[in-house]
Design a protein around this ligand. Structure first.
Ligand code: HGY
Ligand code: MN
Ligand code: MN
Length: 394
């Protein structure tokens, strides 16, 4: 295996790493800005001009920027809080190495290739995932995006420094294909004994903010019978979501909560929790969310609390271009084709342009955790696969 991958991977391995080996790479935060500079530096080393689309997305170009029938590859730098280092950056590092490999083969593309670094894919800072690709495709308005706030009250517009430019006109006319390489967030490739796979679909999924409101009071002097404690309604809802998902063969997670006033000796007045729900099809997802909200509402009635549910982002089912997926799997010697429950910028772009994803084997399947890891030899196989696929598309 060539040493190219570990050598380049090591250049970013410590950027934004926390004391537990996880990564804190919020969009447009200090570590991610360092990664964006690294991106520009890698592009400059390869004579690839870099453009910014006014939405926070970076593109390094082999050929004319946004030239005729361009191919786009790449991924994102941002991580979930204390997440893994591969989710996102692997697709960007692999793209630069794929260009190196194609140049070593003496390949001359007939179309421009854009290596993308999409902003805020995780939604970890501003709350809406795939924010950069949603802006690029017009799936979210510049004003709505600009007004999104992080935990410190800084808006995306302030962090970006400009009002987002919004949709690129005629994206479908400019771009002939998109291929995003990503670590697999699951163990299917391990079970299939394959280092690289091709995506068939992304499950429909979304995130709903649930506000449980009660009456704040003294923990020591308020009789149990007199309480309207939103923490009880929240707790019952977390358990209900888990039960309903198991019954529906779907996935539901409540992993983020904010409590007001969040004091040991004060019954909360507000508990804000986020439901992440996903299912193999839209009907199942809708039924799941409906069932969770119904049970939460019933419990609120018992507790004397109020419930408000706000969908923060909902992503429809994505079926990647079947012809493209089959063609790429064939080019890769019969690589497996598999679905995923994880959202990606490629999913957003697939509504506008023929889009594919390549997955690189993840031995544990773990992601969104410091334990996320892919062995160098599988990452190198991913680079080779990406180079082969890009050669065919360019
Ligand atoms: O949450 C997701 O599915 C993706 O990792 N943003
Ligand atoms: Mn992710
Ligand atoms: Mn990702």
């Amino acid at each position: 295996m060539s040493a190219a991958f570990p050598r380049l991977w090591q250049e970013i391995a410590t950027i934004g790493r926390d004391s537990r080996g996880g990564y804190l790479r919020y969009a447009l935060s200090e570590p991610e800005l360092v990664l964006r500079d690294w991106f520009r530096n890698q592009a400059a080393r390869r004579d690839l001009p870099v453009t910014e689309d006014g939405n926070g997305n970076l593109f390094a170009w082999w050929g004319t920027p946004w030239g005729h029938r361009a191919v786009i590859t790449g991924s994102h730098f941002d991580s979930v809080p204390h997440g893994g280092g591969y989710d996102g950056p692997l697709g960007i590092v692999s793209a630069f190495l794929a260009v190196d490999a194609l140049r070593e083969r003496g390949f001359e593309p007939r179309r421009p290739l854009g290596i993308a670094a999409f902003v805020e894919e995780e939604g970890g800072r501003f709350g809406v995932p795939c924010l950069g690709s949603r802006l690029l495709t017009g799936a979210i308005s510049p004003d709505k995006a600009a007004a999104l706030c992080d935990r410190d009250g800084i808006t995306f517009g302030e962090a970006l420094g400009v009002r987002p430019a919004g949709a690129l006109p005629d994206l479908a006319g400019r771009v002939s294909a998109v291929v995003e390489l990503h670590i697999e967030q699951g163990r299917a490739l391990v079970e299939m004994d394959a280092p690289v796979g091709v995506a068939s679909a992304i499950w429909p999924h979304g995130r709903w903010r649930m506000d449980f409101t009660g009456s704040g009071d003294h923990a020591g002097t308020t009789r149990m019978a007199d309480r309207r404690d939103p923490m009880l309604t929240y707790a019952a809802t977390v358990l209900a979501a888990n039960e309903e998902a198991r019954e529906a063969g779907a996935h539901a997670t409540v992993a983020r909560v904010e409590v007001t006033p969040n004091a040991t000796n004060a019954i909360p007045s507000l508990v804000r929790g986020w439901l992440d729900a996903r299912a193999a099809d839209t009907a199942t997802l809708d039924r799941l969310v409906e069932a969770v909200v119904k049970r939460a509402t019933e419990r609120a009635g018992q507790d004397g609390t109020e419930l408000a549910v706000e969908p923060e982002s909902v992503s429809p089912e994505v079926t990647f271009d079947t012809g493209l997926a089959t063609r790429l799997a064939g080019i890769l010697g019969g690589a497996p084709i598999l679905p995923t429950g994880a959202g990606h910028d490629a999913g957003v772009l697939s509504a506008h342009v023929p889009t594919a994803m390549l997955f690189v084997r993840n031995p544990t399947g773990i992601s969104h955790s410091p334990a996320e890891h892919a062995p160098d030899e599988d990452c190198a196989a991913g680079v080779d696969a990406l180079a082969t696929v890009l050669e065919a598309l360019l």
